[in-house]
Design a protein around this ligand. Structure first.
Ligand SMILES: N[C@@H](CCC(=O)N[C@@H](CS)C(=O)NCC(=O)O)C(=O)O
Length: 211
């Protein structure tokens, strides 16, 4: 039995946040594929794990199968366990939380919804997609301004705020963006790739049932 089980699927940037954290921390974990596009997050079994019906879910076998949802909370839990990517003082705590809340509300949620509409729902050019595109671009501009002149999101080293914000940012081509137009984001994503154990979503998340 591994230390952790992560319920996930490769198209999920929210799951990637947790998988990347586990990977960077060198944790002992296994993925369990969720058949999201055929209702896998709405089955009675999955709703028993997470009443919110959302992936990712992490089961912590080192703590009596403690079952956690919400990627931000899961990242916080893992940062505590591994003492890596954690805030180290009150100011960093505030900054980490501030950027993780912002990421969950604006950066990830607008990009993920826009990407879903254009990549998976065939809604490119629809009014709802155009609205989400505008919201996503405005969040991306905020992020570009924040990263200009700094290496990391919330401290002088990478923290879980970086991991959270990175969920969907290795897939700009999935939602018609090019980071050459956003040089600070381009540099930051390249910086993340230099972290020991970094891996792309497709390398660590499952795309179908495991054998
Ligand atoms: N804030 C949540 C968002 C999770 C989320 O939206 N997950 C998507 C897959 S990437 C999902 O399961 N959506 C199902 C739904 O919204 O009903 C987190 O960070 O874990």
């Amino acid at each position: 039995m591994t230390d952790y089980t992560l319920h996930c699927f490769v198209e999920s940037g929210n799951a990637y946040k947790v998988a990347l954290m586990l990977q960077l921390a060198g944790a002992d974990w296994q993925p369990v594929w969720n058949d999201f596009f055929r209702g896998g997050s709405r089955t009675p079994e999955f709703l028993a794990l997470n009443e919110m019906g959302e992936v990712p879910v992490l089961v912590d076998h080192t703590q009596d199968d403690l079952t956690l949802s919400q990627s931000a909370l899961i990242l916080w839990h893992l940062a505590d366990r591994y003492d890596q990517f954690a805030a180290r003082n009150a100011n960093e705590h505030r900054e980490v939380l501030r950027w993780m809340f912002w990421d969950n509300h604006k950066l990830t949620s607008y990009i993920a919804t826009y990407r879903f509409l254009v990549r998976f729902a065939g809604k490119e050019g629809s009014p709802e997609a155009e609205f989400m595109k505008g919201r996503a671009i405005s969040a991306i501009k905020v992020f570009e301004r924040h990263l200009t002149g700094r290496d990391w999101v919330a401290a002088d080293r990478p923290t879980i705020a970086d991991i959270s914000c990175a969920g969907y940012l290795f897939w700009p081509d999935h939602y018609g963006m090019d980071w050459k137009d956003f040089p600070a984001i381009a540099a930051w994503t390249e910086r993340l790739k230099t972290l020991k154990n970094w891996a792309a979503p497709e390398a660590i998340l499952p795309s179908g049932p495991q054998g």
